[in-house]
Design a protein around this ligand. Structure first.
Ligand SMILES: NC(=O)c1ccc[n+]([C@@H]2O[C@H](COP(=O)([O-])OP(=O)(O)OC[C@H]3O[C@@H](n4cnc5c(N)ncnc54)[C@H](OP(=O)(O)O)[C@@H]3O)[C@@H](O)[C@H]2O)c1
Length: 298
């Protein structure tokens, strides 16, 4: 199976590379590095790359991921998060290839009283969420064999995510103030990458049309609870020298440009039924991430 991985230098992209199954011929593409450099905003260049590689599967880990930045750059966010998956899905449709592309809990808002299921009504509250939903809709309309993998609160030991940001501050002895009124499913990029490959391996042959599927850490906790666990675990593993205070605050005390959902818990039963796999619970995956600290995923 030949797989073209876009966004191969990103947080998830690096994890996908590091745990790619042995029978996968993986071709990575990144903006400047990787096997195939490509600016994914250039649709002609993307089509040329696809026609050159002719992959059996495209895994699209590239996106506009700056949630607050999207409020000021909606055009770029929509080009990356709507137009790119649309182009990839159309190519897959024409070439009987499979697309696996990622979406987000931010397509939801409100509180259903349980974890979000794939077919629940969407209602994004930010430009980023709207751009990702528009990407989902374009892929659904393509009719391609496509997984729309919604995930949430992705973290890793790589720079540029919530976990590394709070541990960087804690390592300098700074106390933390962390919101306690947003609850979600923190997801380790390592477990998401492993599960993505398993989905393709165990269910890909049955895939006939575009489908959303949730993959996230098992369980639910607030950012504050997650930060508290992370600091304690990081001290125990020697990632940081000593404990710091982790103060719970309300979202209103931490103003951000883009609105975030207060409830971001994803129901992952569809994934688990289709693959027979059990996703890692949040505590276990956090411990796994911390235990591999300082070692690059690939
Ligand atoms: N991180 C989260 O908390 C989270 C939560 C829910 C869903 N997701 C989704 O999960 C997927 C993976 O996210 P991630 O955390 O791995 O994000 P990431 O680390 O920001 O990776 C995104 C990648 O896309 C690349 N990219 C952006 N614009 C490009 C362009 N014009 N040409 C080529 N490459 C370009 C970036 O390259 P540069 O670095 O060169 O810009 C980067 O390597 C995304 O679809 C995201 O929306 C993430």
């Amino acid at each position: 199976m030949s797989v073209l991985l876009t966004g191969s230098a990103g947080q998830l992209g690096q994890h996908l590379r590091s745990c790619a199954p042995a029978d996968v011929e993986l071709i990575g593409s990144a903006r400047k590095a990787g096997d195939l450099p490509c600016d994914l905003l250039d649709s002609e260049a993307v089509r040329d790359m696809l026609d050159q590689v002719r992959p059996d599967v495209i895994v699209n880990a590239a996106a506009w991921t700056a949630v607050d930045g999207a409020e000021d750059a909606p055009d770029l966010a929509f080009r990356l998060n709507r137009d790119l998956p649309a182009l990839l899905a159309d190519w897959c449709s024409d070439h009987d290839a499979i697309l696996l592309t990622y979406s987000t809990d931010y397509v939801f808002s409100g509180r259903p009283g349980r974890a979000w299921r794939e077919n629940d009504p969407t209602g994004p509250a930010s430009v980023y969420g709207r751009s990702k939903l528009a990407g989902e809709q374009a892929v659904m309309a393509s009719g391609a064999r496509a997984y729309l993998v919604r995930t949430a609160w992705v973290y890793s030991a790589l720079p540029g995510n919530f976990l590394t940001a709070i541990l960087a501050r804690a390592s300098q002895g700074q106390d933390l103030r962390v919101v306690s009124d947003q609850v979600g499913s923190p997801t380790w990029a390592g477990d998401l990458a492993r599960a993505s490959w398993l989905l393709l391996q165990r269910h890909g042959a049955e895939l006939q049309r575009p489908v959303p599927v949730h993959i996230a850490g098992r369980g639910a906790m607030s950012w504050h609870e997650f930060a508290t666990l992370a600091v304690a675990g990081a001290v125990a593993d020697g990632v940081i020298g000593r404990e710091v205070m982790v103060e719970p605050i309300a979202s209103a005390e931490w103003p951000q440009k883009a609105a975030r959902p207060a409830w971001s818990v994803l129901d992952c039963q569809r994934y688990e039924q289709w693959t027979g796999d059990k996703l890692m619970d949040i505590e276990t995956s956090l411990a796994a991430c911390l235990s591999q600290w300082g070692r690059l995923p690939c």
